[in-house]
Unconditional design. Structure first.
Length: 144
């Protein structure tokens, strides 16, 4: 079971597990689709469809949820914040001197390549690209 501060609500009708027995039973058989947020446990069966963002506002909300979820998964209450360390390691290994914002630009480029070379729309690439754009803007603002 994943313990998170926020639950990505892009799933259709997550099941709220109301008893300890239900939590144990579901977590035993499907731990990758079980989340605890505070005192509430949610289960989303692996075959449950997800809501796909369709408007710019929905993409922004989805990106915010993704950043929060990843930060929680990687023990950072501020959300996704791994690029500073990533570019520092990259710079040491390669002798280059890229910035954190340039690291996010690189990742956004990766997601754009995946999106534009896929035979059909790729939701994960679209959502991550929005999140990386926000992180890039944040890094640029902090560098001023």
């Amino acid at each position: 079971m994943k313990k998170v501060n926020a639950f990505r609500r892009d799933y259709v009708n997550p099941v709220i597990l109301e008893t300890a027995a239900a939590v144990r039973a579901v977590n035993k058989h499907d731990p990758d689709h079980t989340w605890r947020v505070g005192d509430t446990c949610y289960w989303v069966p692996s075959d449950t469809p997800k809501h796909s963002p369709e408007t710019a506002s929905q993409f922004l909300r989805s990106a915010d949820a993704i950043l929060t979820e990843r930060g929680t998964n990687y023990d950072n209450p501020q959300g996704e914040r791994s690029m500073g360390k990533t570019v520092a390691v990259f710079n040491i290994i390669t002798g280059h001197n890229i910035t954190e914002a340039e690291g996010w630009l690189f990742m956004q480029g990766l997601k754009d390549v995946r999106q534009w070379t896929a035979p059909t729309y790729h939701q994960d690439s679209a959502e991550d690209s929005v999140a990386y754009s926000a992180l890039k803007a944040e890094a640029l603002a902090e560098a001023v």
